[in-house]
Design a protein around this ligand. Structure first.
Ligand code: PSU
Ligand code: MN
Length: 310
């Protein structure tokens, strides 16, 4: 096995036995939510995956190893360390490995580790994308390039309107990334289940999604897939409330000269503060909802595999 990669015994056993596995990211723990809700959510996510008979593989860099599947202590450490841990995207991995450092993996980095481990489904909250004003800042998340080249299907609740959703979809189209909506024709906007943009295809069952992932893999060409799963309506936030908070957070980021990899965490934290914690509640619920869908897709992929094997 790849020397940089460390797969936990439980994840390894599941993979060896052909059982369903779902990857989970860790930037959402360290940089996406405050302690202690981040730790509670990370634990709930793992439990949610197990409810469906799948194995969770939370991904992070620990002491210079790419880890798929964390111990309880490692999860707690990442949650408590928060932003003190390096936010690790694709470009950060080589140096963290060489220095034996820790890192909380973004969507891009989690996809890389999942693919190395042979995990094809990954569930999270929101992905990075094309930022508003990208025509001057060129701030486009590495998550989009990863979706274009790494064979992992990512379940998310769409993208936050801290991003330019229209340009994010254009970028994904250019890169040939299928964007599937689960029981929706529209791209959900994370906190809200409504938006102005359409997905490529509406999917009505986890089985249909699994079939598309299997077909993509059979073709053997690079790239993943984005599955947009709207936040359950009862947890959605009023669009005007969230839009107002996002507008203010964007203005503050600009005024304070926040740049580069600090931008997304800054905006996430400010939106959370400005909505008095309401957005955090929604965030937790939508992540759990995505994890449940991811687990069902992974289960269906295994069923399809067994069928193919006779
Ligand atoms: N969007 C969210 N929550 C998150 C993130 C994005 O709603 O936690 C995190 C994810 O880890 C994502 C990363 O991969 O931020 C994107 O950061 P950047 O824009 O710097 O690529
Ligand atoms: Mn960026």
């Amino acid at each position: 096995m790849n020397q940089c990669l460390k797969i936990s015994p439980a994840v390894k056993r599941a993979l060896d036995e052909g059982r369903p596995v779902v990857a989970l990211e860790s930037t959402i723990i360290s940089h996406g939510m405050p302690y202690p809700q981040n730790l509670e959510t990370a634990r709930l996510c793992e439990a949610e995956v197990r409810k469906f008979g799948a194995e969770p593989a939370t991904v992070a860099v620990i002491q210079g190893k790419l880890c798929a599947g964390l111990t309880g202590e490692e999860l707690e450490y990442l949650a408590k360390a928060g932003t003190k841990v390096t936010k690790a995207s694709r470009r950060d991995l080589p140096v963290l490995l060489a220095r034996g450092m820790d890192g909380a993996t973004t969507v891009a980095a989690t996809m890389i580790v999942a693919a190395m481990a042979g995990i094809r489904v990954f569930a999270t909250g929101g992905i990075g994308g094309v930022h508003r004003g990208a025509e001057t800042t060129m701030d486009i998340s590495a998550d989009l390039e990863e979706l274009a080249q790494t064979p992992v299907a990512v379940v998310c609740a769409g993208a936050k309107s801290i991003l330019d959703l229209g340009l994010t979809l254009e970028y994904l189209e250019t890169k040939g990334v299928p964007v599937l909506g689960y029981k929706t024709d529209m791209l959900p906007a994370f906190y809200t289940d409504e938006s102005d943009f359409r997905v490529d295809y509406r999917m009505n069952t986890p089985q249909e999604i699994a079939a598309a992932i299997v077909a993509q893999r059979e073709m053997g060409y690079p790239g993943g897939m984005l599955i947009a799963n709207p936040i359950p309506h009862e947890y959605a936030m009023p669009r005007d409330v969230i839009d107002k908070a996002i507008a203010q957070a964007l203005q503050e980021a600009d005024a304070q000269g926040v740049r580069g990899k600090a931008t997304t965490p800054f905006l996430l934290a400010r939106v959370c503060e400005l909505t008095g914690g309401e957005s955090l509640k929604s965030n937790i619920q939508l992540v759990l909802n995505n994890v449940a869908l991811g687990a069902q897709i992974a289960v269906e992929m295994c069923a399809a595999q067994e069928h193919a094997n006779g």
